[in-house]
Write a protein that binds this ligand. Structure first.
Ligand code: B12
Length: 237
C-alpha cells in the first residue's frame, strides 16, 4: 500500500496472509484517531479480502492501535474523548466482524470469559471470547467488571469446559486472586485460564499457586491451548 493519506482503504498486495504491513497499520491508526469509523471499516474489509486471519487482525491492527492510543493519551497528545471514541470504533468493528468469526463446525464445548471485578477494560476479553467462537466453542462473554459472585452464578448455570479471566491493570490482582480462589473452591477440576497485559508487570505467582490454572500470554497461545485441549479429549481413554 502507498503512503497517501487520502486513500479509502488498504491495497491487498500490502497485506500478506499473516502480517499487516506498517503503512496499512499507520493508515488505520490515523483513521482511528481521527474518529473515522468508515475508513477504519474499509481497511478491515481490505484485510478480509486479503484473507488475513481475524485473529491476526485483532493483534496487529486492533490491539496494536489501542496500545498506541493509550501511549498518546498517557503523554497528553490525545484527549480521553479521543481514546473513548477509538475504543468505541474498535468494539463496533468487532461487532461487525462477529458473523464472520463463527465457525460452522461446533464442538459442543463452552467457555465463560470475563474481566475481573473492578477491571474496566473489556476489549481483550472480548477478543478471547471470539477466539473460542472461531474454534467452534460457545462463548459466554460477561464483559468488564464482573463481580465474582455473578461469575460463579453463571458458571453454575452454563457448566462450561473452561473459564478465562482477563486482567489489564495490575492493581486488580487481588480481585483476580479472589476470583480464582472462589472458582477453584466451588468447581473442582474446572480449568481456568488467565491472561492480559497486567502480567507484563509480574503476578504469575498468583496464578501458579493454583492447580488447574494456567497463564496464557497471547491469542496465538490461546489457539494452541484450544487445539491441544481438543487433542487430549480425542485421545482420552
Ligand atoms: C480503552 C482504555 C480504557 C477504557 C476501557 C473501555 C473498554 N471498553 O474496555 C476506559 C476509559 C474505561 C479505561 C479506564 C482506565 N484505564 Co485504560 N486504557 C485503555 C486503552 C487505551 C486500551 C485498552 C484496550 O482495549 N487495549 C486493547 C486490548 C485488545 O488489549 P488487552 O486488553 O491487553 O488484551 C490483549 C492481551 O492482553 C490478551 N488478553 C487480555 N485478556 C486476556 C485473557 C486471557 C485468558 C488471554 C489468553 C489473553 C488475554 O488478549 C488481547 C489481544 O492480544 C489502554 C492502552 C493499552 N495499552 O491497552 C489503557 C490502559 C490499559 N489504561 C490505563 C489506565 C491507567 C486506566 C485507568 C486506571 C485510568 C484512570 N485513571 O481512571 C482506568 C482503569 C479503571 C479500572 N477500574 O479498570 C493504563 C494502565 C497502566 C498500567 N500500568 O496498568 C493503560 C495501559 C494506558 C496507559 N498507557 O497508561 N481505559
Amino acid at each position: 500500500m502507498g503512503s497517501s493519506g487520502d486513500r479509502m482503504g488498504a491495497n491487498h498486495e500490502s497485506i500478506d496472509s499473516n502480517h499487516v504491513e506498517l503503512d496499512t497499520y499507520a493508515h488505520y491508526l490515523k483513521s482511528l484517531i481521527a474518529g473515522n469509523e468508515l475508513q477504519c471499516r474499509s481497511i478491515v474489509e481490505e484485510c478480509i479480502s486479503a484473507q488475513l486471519p481475524i485473529r491476526v487482525m485483532y493483534e496487529q491492527l486492533l490491539r496494536r492501535s489501542l496500545y498506541e492510543v493509550g501511549e498518546l493519551w498517557e503523554s497528553n497528545k490525545i484527549s480521553i474523548a479521543t481514546e473513548k471514541a477509538a475504543t468505541a470504533i474498535t468494539e463496533g468493528l468487532m461487532n461487525y466482524l462477529f458473523p464472520r468469526i463463527i465457525s460452522p463446525t461446533r464442538t459442543q464445548k463452552k467457555a465463560v470469559i470475563a474481566a475481573v471485578e473492578n477491571e474496566a477494560h473489556q476489549v481483550g476479553a472480548r477478543m478471547v471470547a471470539d477466539v473460542f467462537e472461531m474454534h467452534g466453542w460457545d462463548s459466554f462473554f460477561l464483559g468488564a467488571n464482573t463481580p465474582t459472585s455473578q461469575l460463579v452464578r453463571l458458571v453454575k448455570e452454563k457448566n462450561p469446559d473452561v473459564v478465562a479471566l482477563s486482567l489489564i491493570v495490575h492493581f486488580h490482582i487481588e480481585q483476580l486472586d479472589q476470583a480464582i480462589r472462589t472458582l477453584t473452591h466451588e468447581f473442582d477440576g474446572l480449568p481456568v485460564l488467565v491472561g492480559g497485559q497486567a502480567f507484563r508487570y509480574g503476578g504469575k505467582s498468583v496464578v501458579n499457586k493454583y492447580p488447574g490454572v494456567s497463564y496464557v500470554s497471547s491469542l496465538e497461545d490461546l489457539e494452541s491451548w484450544i487445539i491441544e485441549s481438543a487433542k487430549s479429549k480425542l485421545h482420552a481413554p
